[in-house]
Write a protein that binds this ligand. Structure first.
Ligand code: HEC
Length: 169
């Protein structure tokens, strides 16, 4: 290889490496502004990116996965970066996502849903939380609206997610 070709070769290599590095780095940067792309825990990463410990995207079913909201949904998309929920304008209507900080979900006062009486059986524990996230069923046996996706999440990921929700206050 002569000098000129070699230089071209070098530029091509350096260029590709830089491009690949950007590709790997950017998605994390966009979603991971809290900790500069590095999440403090698996639970935090799941909350903000819906990516499990094994690096796989956590799959979900639900109406809101199409329509007005483009891109991939994560818990933070609807329940907010601080877990407190809030109103969003989605599908030409207003969606009100509840507060899912663990201290709220597990509190005795947690009532939650239209039509259900407030009582302590509606407080969440790890089992009923899993059921809500996977199947959309509340501790009181009500169905969550289809605005809340149903997530295919492993037990480990659910435990990690709960641990993260416990850190929100
Ligand atoms: C597209 C928006 C959206 C996304 C994304 C979403 N949720 Fe929800 N979630 C909702 C809405 C809306 C409700 C309220 C549904 C109802 O009351 O019928 C809800 C309800 C819940 C509830 C029940 C709260 C209660 O007070 O009973 C839990 C728990 C929950 N979500 C956890 C999660 C977790 C964990 C994630 C991420 C893995 C997530 N959600 C992602 C919209 C969303």
């Amino acid at each position: 290889m002569n000098d000129r070709n070699f230089r071209f070769f070098l530029v091509a290599i350096v260029g590709s490496v830089a491009l690949i590095a950007c590709g790997l780095y950017l998605p994390d940067r966009v979603v991971g502004r809290r900790t500069g792309g590095q999440f403090a825990s698996n639970g935090e990463r799941i909350y903000f990116t819906a990516t499990s410990g094994s690096g796989n995207r956590i799959r979900y079913r639900g109406e809101s996965s199409g329509g007005m909201m483009t891109g991939r949904l994560t818990c933070a998309s609807c329940h907010g970066a601080d877990g407190r929920g809030g109103e969003h304008f989605m599908h030409m209507s207003t969606m009100d996502a509840p507060d899912i900080r663990w201290k709220t979900l597990s509190s005795v006062e947690h009532g939650g849903h239209e039509g259900s009486d407030q009582n302590d059986e509606l407080a969440y524990n790890a089992d009923t939380f899993s059921q809500a996230v996977r199947e959309g069923i509340t501790p009181g046996g009500d169905r969550l609206s289809s605005e809340m996706p149903r997530w295919e999440m492993s037990n480990e990921d659910l435990q990690d997610l709960i641990a993260f929700l416990k850190t929100l206050d």
